[in-house]
Design a protein around this ligand. Structure first.
Ligand code: AMP
Length: 277
């Protein structure tokens, strides 16, 4: 496994990789969720490239950029064991050279949900992913359903900017009790860790109501709200039952829909979602 930092090293290493090339962008501090994307990529591609970059432009001024967990040595060991061919871990100076002023923005799709709560977040995500795509030139890129709006935004950007890249979205990996794996779970105290299962419980309850025939979106949102509000350590930021493609809030669930939420457990902000199909 080759590990590179600069663009020149990346280009040189990339030139020697047999195609199709699969790409998994990450912010590091890897868990089974990230590794599941690597496994998907290995199955579909001859070579796999992983990037590790905690992208400063997708964090708001009051978010956890400084505190975000990092452990490059451990990440490299896990990626070597997973059979990755090339790891690119650029510095902020490589990604954002002095005088940087060029941005990629996706409009409508980034307005609701995470975009409404985290102004500028998706501009940072799309800009960095566009730059990663330009540098790595993969045939396929792998993203997690865990970040459903991010996956939708990246799909939109890929189409709109004519990248010759197939976007593959892989299922959310969960702990045994249902909590979606996330690097941010390491912030949780033992009591908070227990409380954090409330996101999954709320989603499952709404999904079960849908399975039983409930189609009123506000009723589904209400069920999720009620469960979150019953958990003393949880503070709800939003719950949503939205159209799967446009992410606009629904009144009635007719086609494919997305249940999603953001919840503070103590100071830790967690997101999760469930697809109704
Ligand atoms: P991050 O390092 O948090 O930026 O995540 C990198 C990639 O891993 C993104 O495509 C995420 O959607 C994906 N990912 C994060 N957590 C999970 C999970 N629990 N299951 C599946 N994919 C995940």
């Amino acid at each position: 496994m080759q590990v590179v930092t600069t663009l020149e090293e990346l280009w040189q290493a990339r030139a020697g990789l047999p195609g199709p090339v699969g790409f998994v962008p990450t912010m590091g501090y890897l868990h089974e969720g990230h590794l599941s994307l690597v496994h998907c990529a290995k199955e579909a591609c001859a070579s796999v490239v992983v990037s590790i970059f905690v992208n400063p432009t997708q964090f708001g001024p009051n978010e956890d950029l400084e505190a975000y967990p990092r452990d490059l040595e451990r990440d490299l060991r896990l990626l070597r064991e997973a059979g990755v061919d090339l790891v690119w871990a650029p510095t902020a100076e490589v990604m954002y050279p002095p005088g940087f002023q060029t941005w990629v923005t996706v409009e409508q799709l980034t307005r609701p949900l995470e975009g409404a709560q985290r102004p500028g977040h998706f501009r940072g995500v799309t800009t960095v992913v566009a730059k990663l795509f330009n540098a790595v030139r993969p045939h396929k890129a792998f993203f997690g359903q865990k970040d459903a709006q991010q996956a939708a935004v990246i799909r939109r950007m890929t189409r709109d900017l004519s990248y010759p890249i197939e976007i593959v979205v892989c299922p959310t990996q969960r702990e045994a009790d249902g909590l979606a794996m996330s690097s941010r779970n390491t912030y949780l105290s033992p009591a908070e860790r227990e409380a954090a299962t409330v996101l999954y419980r709320a989603l499952k309850t709404a999904a079960a109501a849908y399975q039983a025939g409930e189609r009123n979106a506000e009723t589904l949102r209400g069920l999720m709200r009620e469960i979150i509000q019953a958990e003393p350590l949880a503070e709800l930021q939003y719950v949503s039952c939205a159209d799967y493609d446009t992410l606009e809030e629904l009144q009635v669930v007719e086609g494919k829909a997305l249940l999603s939420m953001a919840v503070f457990i103590g100071k830790t902000r967690l997101i999760d979602n469930w697809v109704l199909d």
